[in-house]
Design a protein around this ligand. Structure first.
Ligand SMILES: NC(=O)c1ccc[n+]([C@@H]2O[C@H](COP(=O)([O-])OP(=O)(O)OC[C@H]3O[C@@H](n4cnc5c(N)ncnc54)[C@H](O)[C@@H]3O)[C@@H](O)[C@H]2O)c1
Length: 382
């Protein structure tokens, strides 16, 4: 297969990383942004990243020159002419995305695939701006794109099978782990991962444990790489809260996805996390992080509760045909580094134990949030 030219629109965090991946995989790549400043920054950033790869002997100096030689930078979308695929990674605003997709369609040939890297908008709504909407598809990379192996491939109701197969094969050939998922809010990862934050916040809000203790339990007992509060501080409370709010609204306010006042207040106060120097923790120099209460019984209770909620969400994604069980597990291990796939984890613990845990929460709270998924029930009762 000939390596066609790849276009990337938006030279920010995601677009610059995606352009790097395309060029590293031998494609002539054109990175376009309205801002010359962002393009200059992206070019300098790539030089630094590749220099580090040379230092670590991951690539040669010749490779570095070849990769850089394959990427060109422009403020003009007209330079997308001749592309076989364009991946859009600009601001998360539907009206702006509509206008750029309309314009792109006038520049490229009719078989050029037009993809969006959106995290929260529906692919169908973006594709509605196109005359040939069968060419729209979601290609959702994770941050940082060159390092994170997972890519969610999201066909919209308009997408043709040919476009889906072509896009998936291409990204597979780039050495990424792809999962195909339905065009539903949060796709796989941003949907299934919600209780990791939401239930941890709820446990804190009820006064069951503090941030440090919950983080300790989830890492030391649960085996997660980062505790929920450390992770929210890393992502940014403003960003993480906005995702939760948008998923909650997109699911017609299902209480399973209810945002938390604690995170909202932290965000309102400017306690965004690492980037602002303070989030759930204070990162100022000389300030020690709080010590967890290392109570094994309490810790296990925290892990069991959050894990049961995560597993329930994974079952729901499979029930609602968002993706196959195998892909849901692949997404959570490759996209957010979970120690095990949630459905495989459920089998290991015993689905009846997970169901018991959820039924007991549901009975105690009488809240819809804790309702056990029907697929889990069917599995236990089979
Ligand atoms: N940041 C993440 O962790 C992440 C992860 C996955 C997906 N996404 C999605 O990727 C997209 C981009 O996110 P980001 O974090 O890279 O944003 P960013 O703010 O870092 O970069 C956006 C870039 O788009 C440019 N831009 C804005 N309007 C434009 C236009 N009309 N034409 C050309 N360029 C334009 C801006 O100048 C900027 O350089 C969003 O849809 C977001 O939801 C983000």
């Amino acid at each position: 297969m000939s390596k066609y030219k790849i276009g990337v629109l938006g030279a920010g965090t995601m677009g610059s990383g995606i352009a790097q991946v395309a060029a590293q995989n031998g494609h002539e790549t054109i990175l376009v942004d309205v801002s010359q400043e962002m393009l200059t920054k992206a070019e300098a950033g790539l030089d630094k990243i590749l220099a580090r790869l040379v230092e670590k002997e991951k690539i040669s100096t010749i490779d570095k020159g070849d990769i850089q030689g394959r990427i060109s930078y422009s403020t003009e979308m007209e330079d997308f002419k001749g592309c076989g695929l364009i991946i859009e990674a600009i601001v998360e605003k539907l009206d702006v995305k509509h206008s750029v997709f309309k314009k792109m369609e006038t520049i490229v040939s009719k078989d050029c695939i037009l993809a969006s890297n959106t995290s929260s908008l529906s692919i169908a709504s973006i594709g509605s701006a196109l005359t040939h909407s069968e060419r729209i598809i979601g290609i959702h990379f994770f941050n940082p794109a060159p390092l994170m192996p997972l890519v969610e491939i999201i066909p919209a109701v308009q997408t043709s099978d040919e476009v889906l197969q072509k896009a998936k094969t291409l990204i597979d050939n780039w050495g990424k782990s792809t999962v195909v998922c339905k065009d539903t809010p949060g796709f796989i990862v941003n949907r299934v991962a919600r209780p990791f934050y939401g239930e941890a916040l709820r446990i804190y809000e009820e006064g069951i444990a503090d941030f440090a203790t919950i983080d300790w339990a989830m890492t030391e007992i649960g085996g997660f790489r980062m505790g929920p509060f450390t992770l929210m501080d890393y992502i940014g409370n403003d960003v993480n809260y906005a995702v939760t709010e948008s998923v909650f609204a997109a699911f017609y306010f299902d209480p399973r996805f209810k945002p938390s006042f604690t995170q909202k207040r932290h965000s309102e106060a400017g306690f965004y996390g690492r980037k602002s120097g303070r989030g759930f923790y204070n990162y100022a120099e000389g300030v020690a992080l709080p010590e967890p209460k290392k109570d094994m019984k309490l810790g296990q209770m925290i892990v069991d509760r959050i894990l049961a909620m995560l597993i329930n969400e994974a079952y729901d994604a499979v029930l609602m045909q968002v993706a196959s069980a195998e892909d849901v597990d692949k997404a959570m291990t490759k996209g957010v580094n979970y120690p095990k796939g949630l459905l495989a984890w459920a089998k290991e613990i015993g689905p009846e134990k997970i169901l018991e845990q959820l039924e007991s929460l549901f009975k105690e709270y009488c809240e819809d949030r804790y309702r056990p998924n029907v697929l889990l029930k069917r599995e236990v009762n089979a």
